[in-house]
Write a protein that binds this ligand. Structure first.
Ligand SMILES: Cc1cc2nc3c(=O)[nH]c(=O)nc-3n(C[C@H](O)[C@H](O)[C@H](O)COP(=O)(O)OP(=O)(O)OC[C@H]3O[C@@H](n4cnc5c(N)ncnc54)[C@H](O)[C@@H]3O)c2cc1C
Length: 511
């Protein structure tokens, strides 16, 4: 995937503003249908909400309480598709729900919800949920306190590397002909007879201006949707009521399953998860999330001390051995771009999405979940195709994403690891790391070692990321700034935030 500003200065059928998962999904769907597509992001791909989610590809068990059966059904089926189309980046994750006496939600209610969850997943289910005795809960999650424990339940959802999945969708779109660029910001709209015909944009890497013409422009800028609508002269909003969600990362505590818990302060659901995968040697503990109204700028978002304290309080209420603030390795926060029309508690607001038409022809999309990005993109692209007067069917339903191997994943993993070990003299854990991050491209990453064997070293001791990855990311993944390498191509900066300040990148900006 190459960044070509020259190629952007053309006329497209569709210009997508925003390289988060929503825009990425639309660009891929439209490119596969044969449209000429461009996608730009003012920062890095996935640099907004799509790299700071809870990293779950899930139906959303808690939405059953709000009777959002359609949303849960759709998400469970999209979960099944994503497990098949990006098996290197999305994997099953077992969850344990402990039942404590006197808890806000009784065990029978959870079990009922899980039966429904299994039924809604149907043939896409990963594995049926099951009951656990209190002994079974402690066996699955030894970190939990056992006082008051009356039993529990186990069910399955899936976990992803959100930033890399977003990148994989963009890389697939680029492979299918879309012209994509990060660090290109739409700063004004061009109109012909009052209808948008393109944008003026700034290439943030060089500071140059460019014009991109398109028959249809889609505003998929997540938390920035209202700002972009206003830029286009549409003041009918605001369409969004964003809420902030924060997470903290702590040292690994040996979890082999994630935990679904209710916060003692407000009874909200929060998760304690092994990250990036259960059973991984150096897995960390990811805890999230908060859900609070936010009316500041999406450009200046950070977890607060109160967010960190709230999450630690939740964990410590259930854990035998507490964590303290000094254990926190890193934290991050994102904005849920939720639609505005429902008042009430932030957590109860709908995760459904909506498309808004501006009188200028701009299509804006607000709301949604990461998990359902493909089906959202299908609906949005259907609308675009109709507007363009074309009849082009969707092709993303069973489409493998960049890095997905041809072989079934379980067969591929062992063969690919063995091949990297023998051909490039990598340790088994280094080879495993490359295969799980790059899928079928693991070999291309390791091929850099033939010219520069010293790059086989770890970036920092104790973390699996290898120096060789930076070379590949610079050449093939449009990484430009240190944060692109450290926060989104690798996820090192999440657990070693000090690297972002101190790390002198040996890689010069390329674009
Ligand atoms: C804390 C939290 C946890 C979540 N957890 C989950 C989860 O576990 N599972 C799940 O399914 N969903 C989850 N979600 C929801 C999901 O992450 C979001 O719905 C999704 O990432 C939104 O993607 P997006 O592309 O719409 O927005 P974004 O990812 O924010 O992308 C918008 C992009 O637009 C770009 N942009 C803005 N202005 C311009 C401009 N003028 N020109 C060009 N580009 C521009 C921005 O730089 C940004 O990259 C979570 C959300 C939050 C906040």
């Amino acid at each position: 995937m190459q960044r070509s500003i020259e190629q952007l200065q053309a006329r497209f059928d569709l210009l997508v503003l925003g390289g988060g998962i929503t825009g990425a999904g639309v660009a891929l769907d439209a490119a596969l249908r044969g449209l000429r597509v461009a996608l730009i992001d003012k920062g890095d791909f996935g640099g907004g909400t799509s790299s700071v989610s809870s990293k779950l590809v899930h139906g959303g068990l808690r939405y059953l309480e709000q009777a959002q059966f359609r949303l849960v059904y759709e998400a469970l089926h999209e979960r099944g598709r994503l497990l098949a189309s990006a098996p290197h980046l999305v994997h099953p994750l077992p969850f344990v729900i402990p039942f404590y006496t006197g808890a806000a939600v009784p065990g029978w209610k959870w079990r009922l919800g899980l039966c429904l969850y299994d039924a809604l997943a149907g043939a896409c289910n990963i594995r049926r949920s099951s009951r656990l005795s209190s002994h079974g809960v402690v066996q699955q999650a030894p970190i939990l306190r056992s006082q008051g424990l009356s039993g529990g339940a186990k069910y399955f959802d899936a976990q992803m590397d959100d930033a890399r999945l977003c990148l994989a969708v963009i890389k697939t779109a680029a492979r299918e002909g879309a012209c994509v660029a990060n660090y290109v910001e739409a700063v004004a709209f061009e109109k012909t007879a009052g209808i948008i015909s393109g944008v003026r944009a700034i290439n943030r890497v060089r500071g140059s201006e460019l014009r991109i013409d398109a028959r249809q422009v889609v505003n998929a800028t997540g938390p920035w949707v209202d700002a972009v609508c206003r830029l286009a002269g549409d003041d009918s909003g605001p369409h969004l009521r964003p809420t902030k969600g924060a997470h903290i990362l702590l040292p690994g505590c040996g979890l082999t399953a994630a935990l679904l818990l209710l916060h003692p302060r407000d009874r909200r659901v929060f998760f304690v998860m092994p990250w990036p995968r259960p059973g991984e040697e150096r897995a960390k503990t990811l805890i999230g999330t908060t859900d609070t109204d936010y009316d500041g700028s999406p450009d200046s978002l950070a977890p607060s001390g109160e967010d960190v304290a709230y999450l630690l309080e939740g964990y410590n209420h259930f854990a035998k051995e507490p964590f303290s603030a000094s254990d926190v390795l890193g934290s991050f926060a994102g904005l849920r771009p939720l639609i505005r029309d429902r008042p009430g508690e932030p957590s109860a607001r709908s995760r459904e999405f909506r498309i808004f038409n501006s009188p200028t022809g701009l299509l804006s999309v607000a709301g949604g979940k990461y998990t359902t990005f493909r089906s959202m993109a299908e609906t949005i692209t259907d609308r675009i195709v109709e507007r363009l007067g074309r009849r082009l069917p969707c092709k993303t339903r069973m489409f493998p994403l960049d890095g997905a191997p041809l072989l079934p994943w379980t067969k591929f993993v062992s063969a690919a690891i063995a091949s990297l070990v023998t051909r490039h003299d990598l340790s088994e854990s280094a080879a495993r790391h490359l295969v799980y991050r790059y899928g079928s491209h693991g070999d291309e990453v390791a091929a850099y070692l033939e010219r520069q064997p010293a790059l086989a070293a770890q970036v920092v001791e104790g973390e699996p990321d290898l120096k060789v990855e930076f070379a590949y990311q610079q050449d093939h993944e449009m990484a430009i700034l240190p944060a692109d390498y450290l926060l989104r191509r690798t996820r090192l900066g999440l657990v070693r935030p000090q690297l972002l300040d101190s790390f002198a990148m040996s890689i010069e900006p390329t674009a």
